[in-house]
Write a protein that binds this ligand. Structure first.
Ligand code: R5P
Length: 288
């Protein structure tokens, strides 16, 4: 087996190589120092993959990483790989999972269609809506990132977990089972891309160290609103924990009232504190 890491996932790919004791094929991402002046991507495989089972690890965020994914998958096929497994740690464009208005593209399905051109199967992590996986023309499954978060929180002196909305209940439940910490949830109403409202609810958090757990932190608006609610109900310490840390726009400002922010390496950021390589390695082994 050979592992190829796209430039969005170089560190995680290396960790997966170690977990699997697999071979790694390095990639050159720039033909000339500084890359193409117009920002277009370039890839070159620096080792052989002919006849091999290849695992391509690449998060599809930001947009240019999608192009890179397709370039790598095509190059791997042209180089004669026998089998290509796509590991997409964060499935960027996965949140538009249905047509809300006539004429919209269902971006989660669009990506699925084109990933299947060169790949034989897909593994992704903690996806916004697992139903998306059914739209893949190839076998596609979700690996949980909450196991890694649960492992981390177990030793982080946390007394209570909070799901900031209904969608996050399954994440809080899973982290709670691993870390053995009680949980509760809030109900969220999204006003616009930057603003959310939480329905009032009494939480048992007075004097406690609380971790808000979610799949994604994007603008940090959800976390900021939940953290404010926790502080107003007497929480002593507030931690934000997510699998995918996008941290866009004013996320830094929105997260400033959190005592700590924890994310995994599905997206590399200064808040990456835990690796999901053991989870992906186990899932790759289980593919057979
Ligand atoms: C929504 O259902 C997701 O689980 C996250 O809560 C959301 O993507 C977070 O976005 P933001 O950080 O912009 O509030």
């Amino acid at each position: 087996m050979k592992v190829v890491g796209g430039s969005a996932s170089v560190c995680l790919a290396k960790e997966i190589v170690q977990e699997l004791s697999a071979g790694q094929v390095d990639v050159t991402f720039e033909r000339h120092p500084g890359g193409f002046p117009d920002g277009e991507r370039y890839v070159r495989l620096l080792g052989s993959v002919a006849g091999q089972h290849v695992v391509l690890v690449q998060t599809t965020h930001p947009d240019s990483m999608i192009v890179e994914f397709f370039l790598l998958a095509d190059a791997i096929r042209d180089a004669g790989a026998a089998r290509l497994t796509a590991v997409v740690p964060y499935y960027g464009y996965g949140r538009q999972d249905k047509r809300f208005l006539d004429g919209e593209a269902i971006s989660a399905k669009t990506l699925a269609k084109y990933i299947a051109v060169d790949c034989d199967e897909l593994l992704t992590m903690t996806i916004h809506n697992p139903e998306i996986l059914k739209t893949f023309p190839i076998p596609a499954s979700e690996v949980s990132g909450m196991r890694a978060i649960g492992r981390y929180l177990k030793s982080a002196k946390v007394d209570f977990l909070l799901a900031p909305d209904d969608n996050a209940i399954r994440f809080a439940k899973e982290a709670s089972a691993i870390a053995n910490i009680p949980w509760d949830h809030l109900q969220k109403e999204r006003v616009d891309s930057y603003t959310v409202r939480m329905m009032p609810k009494k939480l048992n958090v007075k004097g406690k160290s609380v971790a808000i757990v979610d799949d994604v932190i994007s603008t940090g608006g959800t976390i900021a609103t939940a953290a404010k609610e926790l502080r107003s109900q007497g929480a002593r310490r507030v931690i934000a924990a997510c699998v995918h840390g996008l941290f866009v726009d004013n996320a830094g400002g929105n997260l400033k009232d959190c005592d700590d922010v924890i994310a995994t390496d599905t997206i590399q950021s200064p808040h990456t504190k835990v690796s999901v390589a053991p989870e992906f390695a186990a899932a790759i082994r289980a593919l057979g």
